[in-house]
Design a protein around this ligand. Structure first.
Ligand code: ZN
Length: 203
């Protein structure tokens, strides 16, 4: 199973990171051990002092495909979930400065909490999916798929040029603005619309 994460897919987040808007999608990978199953706490790793949450809509691929045309991409997924792309921002900054790859900042154990439930896309308007993240009860991120620079079908078409997508692969579709740090004791809750999708304690 692959975890593919999209960087800079919302203009406001790119701006807060002082990054340029991408002309084509930018993606990176997390290892399978990054998945944090529902109900498990996130243990704050000792190699970072600045872990950030990034709440993201997650697409679950349910059919194998390669070089998928954008107009057929919708046939390759049927459910949308919600997750967090935890990022060691301090290590990521060092990697960026050195031109090094990002794995130590992005692909560590437990860095990809995922919702238990996925919502059938037939119950959603894919071009208008509101989602949000609260930290200790306070809303810290609000996003909507209508603000994506590249929509889900465009992402699938792009990624599948480089690698075959398989059943069970997950695409974290990028985070909106409002990323910030967590500390031990924090509780994060993610929502699609009003529906609670996950709850993660930081320990
Ligand atoms: Zn992200």
């Amino acid at each position: 199973m692959k975890i593919i994460c999209i960087g800079r897919n919302y203009a406001e987040h790119a701006k807060e990171m002082k990054a340029e808007l991408p002309k084509v999608p930018m993606f990176f990978m997390k290892a399978d051990i990054a998945i944090l199953r529902p109900g498990n706490p996130f243990f704050y790793p000792n190699f970072s002092k600045d872990i950030h949450y990034e709440c993201e809509l997650v697409v679950k691929i349910d059919r194998v495909g390669k070089n998928i045309a954008e107009k057929f991409a919708h046939k390759y997924y049927s459910e949308i979930g919600l997750g967090i792309d935890f990022t060691a921002r301090d290590l990521q900054q060092q990697c960026k400065e050195k031109g090094h790859p990002w794995e130590i900042a992005k692909s560590f154990e437990g860095s990809a909490p995922i919702s238990k439930e996925f919502i059938p896309k037939t119950e959603l308007n894919l071009g208008n999916i509101a989602f949000s993240l609260t930290k200790n009860g306070e809303t810290v991120q609000e996003g909507n798929s209508d603000k994506m620079i590249f929509n889900i079908d465009q992402l699938i078409a792009y990624i599948s040029q480089f690698m075959t997508l398989k059943k069970g692969d997950l695409i974290y579709t990028g985070t909106p603005a409002g990323v910030g740090s967590v500390k031990i004791g924090d509780e994060l809750k993610g929502y699609i619309g009003e529906k609670e999708m996950f709850r993660v304690m930081v320990k």
